[in-house]
Design a protein around this ligand. Structure first.
Ligand SMILES: Nc1nc2c(c(=O)[nH]1)N[C@H]1C(S)=C(S)[C@@H](COP(=O)(O)OP(=O)(O)OC[C@H]3O[C@@H](n4cnc5c(=O)[nH]c(N)nc54)[C@H](O)[C@@H]3O)O[C@H]1N2
Ligand SMILES: Nc1nc2c(c(=O)[nH]1)N[C@H]1C(S)=C(S)[C@@H](COP(=O)(O)OP(=O)(O)OC[C@H]3O[C@@H](n4cnc5c(=O)[nH]c(N)nc54)[C@H](O)[C@@H]3O)O[C@H]1N2
Ligand SMILES: [Mo]
Length: 811
């Protein structure tokens, strides 16, 4: 989130599009209720299904899944055509005035530079025109035909309300009603917030869905302000923490990136991470990258990381491909290229696409380890469960180890919420039986591996035997120790270069902020964005002070919000070019002539003059990007593409299937279905009563939602002669499931490009272990295809057929 849960109470308009917060985030949703009740905020929901969020909305608009970009580009066009954008904000705080270099273009669904064989772009034409001084050329009047603003206008011109209706199936009057409410938030004293989750991410163009809304929010001047922002509603209680501390295969903590195998030494690695400013005076904060990176390496390898060995840069693994996301990893496993696999709190048999392929892949492993408090389907993928897991155990050689772990509620530690708040928590119960914490298990493994490397040498023992391991109990590191390591500490005393008697940083002390980190090895820090969370003053994450001066929703003394305890990112943009709040009622920070101050930690250097330094300090431009240059794999502007499996052709570019730069492997392309055999548009979703595949192990939850079902419209049920509560067989190009039919008014057929499209809803939560009835899930059906930028699978839009059935054959 750019903002926080508690900030949602400050909004005038909530748009839930690409999520279902009332269902999946019922506690956080109370802040929407608060905004509605206390300030008369309006709620819009745009979803293929009339959801629990929609049931309390002021305006609901249906949309065919996978078409949000057309909707949002249409909304941008509406705002521009009706002069409903915040001009001063757009001119000063976005790259609208920047000139793009000659040679950039877009035609027939493709941007310049496309290579069909590679399914990838040469992105070199997606850049600015630079002047002789190295800075971007700009046109403050926004009239230059190659200014970002003019290029954007041209790019979105085709997305008229009629075109939006044709693509999305959203009736024109509903679309226009949504646009009208949105456009009112271009006023300086009106703000909209965007709440989204998987309805946007789980598509082959998921990142561009989100960018589209971010661009709309920028045109309205809603980023950096109270009650505004782009608010990603995160999933597992610590999925935000997972990305923060670098568990994605291409990341290291604090959103630093792993080197590639071409980056053979530290200076080559750093040469593309210099972040030279693109406008005069810009801060381009990533210029501090080296400090964060060296401090990270020091925290990993302590004394063994020295200036002479480039702080052990060579001990980090290097990437030979852009990333080892789960689609790639399971594809490799499927090719027989993986020997062993650790599933730590992960149930891929049910959670990854194309279960048939996942089963085959797991069957090719030599060993599989499941670290989990529960008996997962994945750990039992080899077990014959009849129609519910139709395998032959005798043909599977994989050895499976189950290591029982505690679950988060039995641990101490911090969880990072969607709003970037690190909140410390304490165990709620004793772990049962032989369950051990994940860190205990990992530490045991490490100790044994290290002993083996010490004894036998091995091919490359250095990173293992030199790992910095300063814990009180070597085989059981404790949460406080790891948290302090993440915060960062002083390795060797730093004195003032002018007056060496003055100690700036004292050896052994916790750092206060990442501003103190050094690139010479005198500081160590596990995750620079967490600096400030456990200082010499103690554990900031454990703070529970509910005071909130002026009732801004910041709660600055509750827990710790990264970075630097800042509650609203880009908050400098809440004030105008002179540093005065756009809306005095919504003051966050203000320039008093010499410094910035206010209710939040300023997201700018305290003494940076407002006219000098742009508010988006992480970007070399200092502004936010309506045109994202070469940073997105599939285009500097979002464009409408159909899902890979779609009931209709792409009306903008009929020859293009899916997103031309999306992740798909050759065999999986061949396993895609078409609408002549699989005519219905399916999507998958969650229910409040269950959490993924855990709570079906709990009797109470199993009673509340006992059985797998699919949700269809009354019209489809009538057409196919399907009875309410009767069995149906649902099939895709990859598999078959049996389910009870829930026939509702919540799903209605849509008309897209003159064709009736039936939507089929498939919830997520059933399998073959636990207390609930045995069932299936959507992933027996879903395609193995992922987003172009972050490879999230296309779980939310695929094709199925639905027929009445007698139910699964049970022997
Ligand atoms: N009770 C409960 N809460 C949970 C979870 C749980 O399992 N149970 N899981 C947690 C996790 S890990 C996550 S990631 C979050 C997910 O939170 P959400 O993303 O809110 O959950 P979903 O139900 O998967 O999907 C949300 C909505 O997206 C809609 N949708 C599908 N495709 C599209 C589309 O193309 N466009 C639009 N506009 N909408 C679309 C679906 O109809 C659905 O209503 O929930 C978390 N919270
Ligand atoms: N079709 C379709 N597929 C989807 C989705 C969808 O919307 N549609 N949603 C996707 C999303 S957003 C998500 S997040 C995934 C979820 O997919 P998974 O993460 O594979 O599913 P979970 O059931 O949440 O599995 C987590 C496991 O962690 C265990 N666990 C809990 N606490 C601990 C702990 O402290 N330590 C360890 N070691 N284990 C623990 C639980 O018992 C559980 O078995 O599913 C994805 N798959
Ligand atoms: Mo998730």
């Amino acid at each position: 989130m750019t903002n926080s849960w508690t900030d949602i109470k400050n909004t005038d308009l909530v748009i839930i599009m690409g999520g279902n917060a009332a269902e999946a985030h019922p506690c956080g949703f109370k802040w929407v209720t608060e905004a509605k009740a206390q300030r008369g905020a309006k709620l819009i929901v745009v979803d293929p299904r009339f959801t629990r969020s929609a049931s309390v909305a002021d305006l609901y608009a249906p949309i065919r899944q996978g078409t949000d970009i057309a909707f949002l580009l249409g909304a941008m066009k509406y705002c521009i055509d009706n002069d409903k954008i915040q001009h001063d904000y757009v001119r000063a705080f976005t790259n609208a005035p920047y000139i793009v270099k000659e040679g950039f273009g877009y035609q027939d669904g493709l941007f310049t530079g496309y290579d069909e064989a590679k399914r990838d772009y040469d992105r070199s034409s997606w850049e600015y025109e630079l002047g002789p001084d190295g800075y971007v050329q700009i046109d403050e009047t926004l009239q230059h035909p190659r200014s970002v603003y003019q290029l954007l206008k041209k790019h979105i011109a085709a997305y008229t309300p009629e075109m939006v209706e044709r693509i999305c199936g959203t009736p024109k009057d509903k679309f226009l009603a949504v646009c009208k409410l949105i456009s009112e938030c271009s006023a300086r004293d009106k703000v909209m917030t965007s709440m989204y989750a998987l309805g946007w991410t789980q598509h082959s163009k998921g990142s561009q869905n989100i960018r589209s809304m971010a661009m709309l929010q920028l045109l309205l001047g809603n980023i950096g302000v109270r009650g505004g922002g782009m608010n990603a509603l995160r999933g597992h209680s610590n999925i935000q923490g997972l990305t923060d501390i670098g568990l994605m295969s291409n990341l290291i903590p604090g959103y630093l990136t792993l080197g590639t195998d071409k980056e053979v030494d530290f200076s080559t690695y750093m040469s593309t991470r210099g972040f030279k400013p693109l406008r005069p005076n810009q801060m381009s904060y990533w210029q501090n990258y080296r400090k964060f990176m060296v401090s990270f390496l020091k925290s990993m390898w302590g004394k063994a990381a020295t200036p002479e060995n480039d702080f052990a840069y060579q001990w980090l693994p290097k990437l030979d491909v852009p990333g080892y996301d789960m689609l790639r990893y399971f594809d490799m496993m499927h090719q027989g290229k993986v020997n062993g696999y650790f599933c730590q709190g992960f149930n891929p048999l049910l959670s990854l696409s194309n279960r048939g392929k996942v089963t085959q892949a797991l069957s090719k492993l030599k060993f599989l380890v499941s670290m989990d408090p529960l008996q997962t389907e994945t750990a039992r993928f080899w077990k014959d469960e009849g129609v519910h897991n139709d395998v032959k155990p005798e043909s599977i050689q994989t050895e499976v180890f189950e290591l029982p772990t505690t679950c988060f509620a039995e641990d101490e530690g911090s969880l990072v919420n969607s709003g970037r708040w690190l909140q410390w928590h304490w165990p709620g119960a004793e772990p049962p039986g032989e369950a051990k914490t994940d860190t205990w298990v990992m530490a045991q493994l490490y100790q044994r591996l290290r002993a083996l490397y010490e004894k036998e040498g091995g091919a490359f023992p250095d990173p293992i035997v030199n790992l910095h391991w300063p814990y009180r109990l070597a085989d059981d590191p404790q949460p406080d120790e790891m948290a302090k390591e993440m915060n960062g500490y002083v390795v060797s005393t730093v004195t003032d270069p002018v007056d060496p008697t003055k100690v700036l940083l004292e050896k052994g002390k916790q750092v206060d902020t990442f501003g103190q980190l050094r690139d010479d090895g005198s500081t160590a820090c596990g995750c620079w964005i967490y600096s400030g969370s456990w200082t010499e003053k103690g554990n900031m994450m454990a703070r529970r002070d509910t005071s909130d001066p002026a009732n801004t929703g910041a709660y600055s003394n509750w827990a710790f919000s990264w970075p630097a305890n800042r509650r609203i990112l880009y908050n400098r943009a809440s004030a105008d070019l002179d540093g005065k709040p756009w809306d005095p009622k919504r003051k966050l920070i203000e320039w008093n002539g010499t410094a910035w101050s206010g209710y939040d930690v300023p997201d700018i250097a305290p003494a940076a003059k407002p006219q000098d330094v742009g508010p988006f300090i992480m970007n070399p431009e200092g502004t936010a990007r309506l045109f994202s240059r070469g940073m997105m794999k599939d285009g500097p502007f979002p464009a409408h593409y159909e899902p890979f499996e779609s009931p209709v052709a792409n009306v903008m570019a009929p020859k293009i299937r899916g997103n031309p730069a999306a992740r798909i492997f050759k065999d999986d392309l061949a396993a895609l279905g078409t609408s002549d055999k699989f005519p219905y548009a399916a999507t998958s979703y969650r229910l409040t009563e269950h959490f993924h595949f855990w709570t079906k192990h709990v009797w109470v939850n199993a009673v509340l939602q006992p059985e797998f079902f699919v949700e269809i419209s009354e019209q489809l049920a009538a057409e196919k002669n399907i009875q309410k509560g009767g069995w149906v067989k649902v099939s895709s190009a990859r598999g078959v499931v049996y389910a009870k039919a829930v026939v509702t008014k919540r799903i209605k057929p849509l008309v897209c490009d003159g064709k009736t499209v039936h939507v089929v809803g498939i919830p997520l939560h059933w399998g073959f272990t636990g207390a609930a009835r045995k069932g299936f899930g959507p992933n027996s059906l879903t395609p193995f295809v992922g987003d172009a930028n972050i490879e999230t699978p296309e779980f939310k839009a695929f094709l199925v057929n639905v027929e009445p059935s007698n139910g699964p054959a049970v022997s």
